[in-house]
Ligand binder design. Sequence first.
Ligand code: TRP
Length: 444
Amino acid sequence: MSGTRENWGSRFGFVMAAAGSAVGLGNMWGFPYKAGEHGGAFLIIYLALVMVFGLSLVVAEFVLGRASQRSPVGAFRIMAGRGWPALGVLGIATAFVILSFYIVVAGWTVAYIGLMARGALAGGQPEAMNDIFNAFVTRPIAPIVYAGGFMIASAAVVIGGVSRGIERTSKLLMPMLFVILIVLALRSVTLPGAGVGLSYFLVPDWSAVTGATWTAAISQVFFSLSLGMGAMLTYSSYMPREHNLPRNASLVVTLDTLVALLAGLAIIPAVFAVGLQVDAGPSLTFITLPAVFAQMPGGVYFGVLFFILLAIAALTSAVSLLEVVVSYFVDEHNMRRAPVTVLCALLVFALGVPSSLSMGVWSDNTIFGQSFLDLMNFISTGVMMPIGGLLIALCVGWVVGPKAIEALKSHPDQAMPLAGLWLFILRFVAPVGIAWILLQSFIG
Ligand code: TRP
């Protein structure tokens, strides 16, 4: 293991990279469709869960990463000792599985930039958009080519390394993403008839809340903040001691939440304004929204911008998932970054192929009644990620324990007023809460 480990060049660079990991398809696609499905109280429940569980777990992963200066496997060995490195392996496996279907969906967003720009989606009703979507994703080859292209782009960034690859890319792309998103949100909320959608999104309606609202919100918090599998841990392992850790964590959580909120504003009022259904579920992004753009003045331009936005968000997230896998081989087996990255990318891509085919030619081969893509999604985000999050909370809360509070500090006499509350959440509140989601997802 080499003595000098690469670090982020600046605090801004770290925050952009970590926010780049967090801000992804989860924010632009998952959050708006869930808020649309569950109605007004989803937002407030989501915000509460972000503040209690989300922030605490981001800080926990940051502590493990920065104090150990290692990627997950080494971090758990150094911080918690025997047995715990297995949790790092679980994280690597989770990253691998998530990335395999993430590149497939990310590939669709790239394809949609082209479809939009060529005018193939102009003047359509949702039924027509549904046909276009299905015609594309059921094709055997094209979606795989897009997924492969996306994998290559992500690998290129990771090969560039931490500061020259990931940090530089994030510093360029994340501000762009913010600008595009603000333009889209302004367009959406100023459409005639947007008001109904605004109040649907923002005004809590407790009558619509069920157990499913809470489970949807908490799993959204995990996915959106890239928690439970060591992505935040890996990024913080390159964080220098001088950085104010709790402040970095709050910044990342705030940015991710702000982006989800803006994505909701960009999408939900626009859907209402053109009189379409906001509770379409996952198809909101690829079927409802193109129909919305088709009916909005200048919609082609906003549509192209929207899918560029999605592709950017997906790229910086895919990079973080790949970095978790790559950093393990670099840290623990002293392997060179470039060849390891190429090999990992090839394996991830190979696992992505059946996910892509499961939308079309292989759609008859279901496993437990689910397509391969849905199954990969369920196993990773419904099972592996919550288990990882639960164990990380227990590890930092009980095994690292009060020492973790020292590791929060940049210098020994820095005041940590809320550290006791943080440890309490990790010890009791988070484990119980996460165990409950896991139960729900098995019952469901
Ligand atoms: N957070 C990203 C999103 O919202 C996805 C993501 C990146 C992720 N890295 C992760 C999810 C690690 C879980 C774990 O789309």
